[in-house]
Design a binder for this molecule. Structure first.
Ligand code: IVH
Length: 668
């Protein structure tokens, strides 16, 4: 066929396939058999492959996913994509309402909407044609995921009017698609997605649009990128109708509420009806409808003052406390942990939950054998919320914290003003082991080849009594240790040697001074530059440093005043350890804490999170978790006993975080 004829045929195919697609996907009422649809689609794909200029911007072929990308481009949003302030109680909603009334009086209305649990997207159209789709990213910069969004049926490739605008909304995975997807993945023995939100995020973060195309995603658009003045709109609810007129999908459960009582009725209704919805929601969004009033209320840097999200309480499940475990930390604090009958909470299996201290166990009256309600605080860390007393066995005895250290058997004490029980024996094996493990850890002195087991061996064999002894380890002593070959011993000695040159912040963090985390250590090292200057600083001088509070200042002064500490530091100095700030970027605190767009590898044994939990969290924040380390890897999370992947990451100079750092960043 001649090109002109093909052009005409392509136009015809575009039209009919768009129509058939609409009937099939949107109306659920196909008018042609699948085979015919497939045949016509194939014909159109072939024409477009031969003459790429005949590929119309709204061609239905793009729904099946085109070329695989190598990376996502960054896009800067024309206007920041704000987030919403969260509230968790009726009281908070009342407070929000009062603030609104103080500012704009009583003459206004709210629009209440479902808070769809997916991920925020921006869709841009020029003259009615879809030109760019992006993730929210950090609100200012997102990622260009146009090709993936083109595969989402509810994203119109051409609007009903030739307008130029940006629409914002939520892309999500319906519950049914999520369940089917996980079922298929289970059959293929692939990792399961923790929840539909992660599944949607994971799908949109695939470089191959064919994967997104296969994932049955959908959208609800909930705003215009601008305030809609150019279209003569004066309020949010009209904008939603307008979006729908243009061909977008918007959520129909929204409701105009003219009083706070109506808002509460809406919340109550949807709290109840939530399980019946075909998609996940995690709360209710309350918005002042009128644009002028929205403007009057304004925005903070991150969130609007005219809207708020009421979040449903976290998912709760019942399980049994099988035991209460005790661990001794490096500061001697004895922490009780509930060992639980494994149970699925918010998509991941929970087997342990920290009980923090004796007071909490007593207040909640948690006993071994009890049935308890578990939930995830901040959606990450499992927590025992309450005991189900009516299910308690008659012979369940109140839990008594031990009077003696589970590691060294010395008497435990409870210091004044502290809730924690402590082992104050400076020779306590568990404390020293924890302290040593901390000293050698990645963000501290970063001494490789000195895992938990090696630390325990060194202590048991008396080769090390405190951290300074690490610097006097001898080859012939080391190779006598069980399972320590010449190769590992050399590696360890080399790592110890290399650590001497670390910039001051590593030592400072490694010492394990109370309240001094890796970030504070870096600030202190950069400010005081030498250990001597820091040791000489008064509380006042310390608090003058940006981000150093009184608690930390007092802890530092007390620490350095201790004679034993001074002796330890002089032993370290004699061993040749650098005690000044070299500003070398050995630590990772300058890394962007945002996971968005990063390719991340998890390796080694994680202790506080399960692998799948960590993966799910990272993916929910826009990160892409892959299995192997390559030049494309941005970040490696190394748990205990990490092996070859960690070695490779180090060779390639890739940033490495330990689990603590991961949790810190996740909870930010
Ligand atoms: S409005 C300036 N409406 O919730 C206000 N957001 O926690 C922008 N979300 O980033 C958001 N359903 O991804 C709005 N009906 C809804 C929503 C909604 C879900 C998400 C959105 C936003 C996040 C904030």
């Amino acid at each position: 066929m001649e090109k002109v004829q093909l052009e005409q045929r392509a136009a015809e195919l575009n039209k009919v396939l768009t129509q058939y697609g609409h009937e099939y996907y949107d109306l659920d009422a196909p008018t042609v058999p699948d085979a015919i649809y497939d045949q016509l689609m194939k014909e159109l794909i072939e024409i477009e492959e031969e003459y790429p200029d005949l590929r119309f911007p709204d061609s239905p072929t793009q729904r099946v996913g085109g070329q695989t990308l190598t990376a996502f481009e960054k896009v800067t949003h024309d206007h920041p994509m704000l987030s919403l302030g969260d509230t968790f109680s009726e009281e908070d909603v009342r407070a929000f309402d009062e603030r609104v009334r103080q500012n704009i009086g009583d003459n206004f209305r709210y629009v209440c909407e479902l808070k769809i649990d997916g991920l925020a997207i921006s869709l841009k159209y020029v003259d009615g044609v879809f030109v760019q789709g992006a993730t929210r990213g950090n609100g200012t910069i997102g990622e260009n995921i146009t090709e993936n969004l083109k595969t989402v049926r509810s994203v119109p490739l051409r609007l009903t009017k030739p307008v130029t605008l940006e629409a914002r909304g939520e892309c999500y995975m319906p519950k049914r698609s999520f369940n089917n997807l996980n079922k298929e993945r289970a059959e293929r023995e692939e990792n399961l997605f923790a929840n539909p939100r992660n599944a949607a995020a994971g799908s949109l973060r695939q470089l191959d649009p064919k994967i997104a195309a296969s994932r049955n995603l959908s959208t609800f658009m909930y705003a215009l990128g601008t305030n809609g003045e150019e279209f003569g709109l004066t309020c949010h609810s009209d904008a939603l109708d307008f979006l729908e007129e243009l061909g977008f999908r918007s959520n129909h459960e929204r409701r105009i509420c003219t009083s706070l009582d109506e808002v509460f009725a809406y919340i109550e209704e949807w709290t109840e009806k939530r399980p019946t919805l075909p998609y996940e929601i995690d709360g209710i969004v309350i918005k002042v409808d009128d644009y002028d009033q929205q403007q009057e209320l304004g925005n903070t840097v991150k969130v609007p003052r005219w809207s708020i999200a009421y979040k449903f309480p976290a998912e709760e499940v019942v399980t049994k406390v099988l035991d209460i475990d005790l661990t001794v930390g490096r500061t001697g604090v004895v922490t009780p942990t509930a060992v639980l009958e494994p149970v699925l909470v918010a998509g991941t299996t929970v087997q342990r939950a920290s009980l923090h201290n004796e007071d909490i166990i007593r207040e909640k009256d948690i006993r071994i054998g009890d049935h308890v309600i578990i939930r995830k605080a901040g959606d990450i860390i499992p927590e025992v919320k309450q005991v189900l007393f009516d299910q308690r066995a008659e012979d369940a005895a109140p839990y008594a914290m031990p009077t003696h250290c589970p590691a060294c058997d010395s008497e435990l004490v409870r210091l004044e003003d502290e809730v924690a029980l402590r082992c104050v024996n400076p020779q306590c094996f568990a404390q020293i082991a924890e302290g040593l493990a901390h000293f050698v850890s990645r963000n501290a002195m970063n001494i490789d080849g000195c895992g938990e087991k090696v630390v325990a061996q060194l202590l048991r064999e008396g080769l090390v009594k405190d951290v300074s002894d690490l610097y006097h380890l001898k080859m012939d002593e080391l190779i006598q240790l069980e399972r320590m070959g010449e190769k590992s011993a050399t590696k360890l000695i080399d790592a110890v040697e290399a650590s001497k040159a670390n910039s001051l912040e590593h030592l400072l963090f490694g010492l394990g001074i109370r309240h001094v985390g890796s970030k504070a250590a870096k600030i202190l090292a950069a400010h005081f530059e030498t250990m001597d200057a820091l040791m000489a600083a008064t509380e006042e001088q310390l608090t003058e440093v940006f981000e150093i509070g009184e608690k930390m200042a007092s802890s530092l002064v007390t620490y350095f005043a201790n004679e034993e500490v001074q002796e330890l530091l002089s032993r370290l100095r004699d061993a040749g350890i650098n005690m000044s700030y070299t500003g070398k970027k050995v630590d990772t605190s300058e890394t962007d804490s945002n996971f968005n767009g990063k390719t991340i590898v998890l390796t080694g044994k994680l202790e506080r999170l399960t692998r799948s939990e960590a993966k799910a969290k990272i993916e929910a924040l826009g990160g892409n978790v892959t299995g192997s380390v390559s030049k494309k890897t941005d970040l490696v999370i190394a748990g205990a006993e990490a092996g070859s992947k960690l070695d490779k990451a180090e060779k390639l100079g890739i940033v490495v975080w330990d689990e603590e750092r991961l949790i810190e960043e996740l909870s930010e």
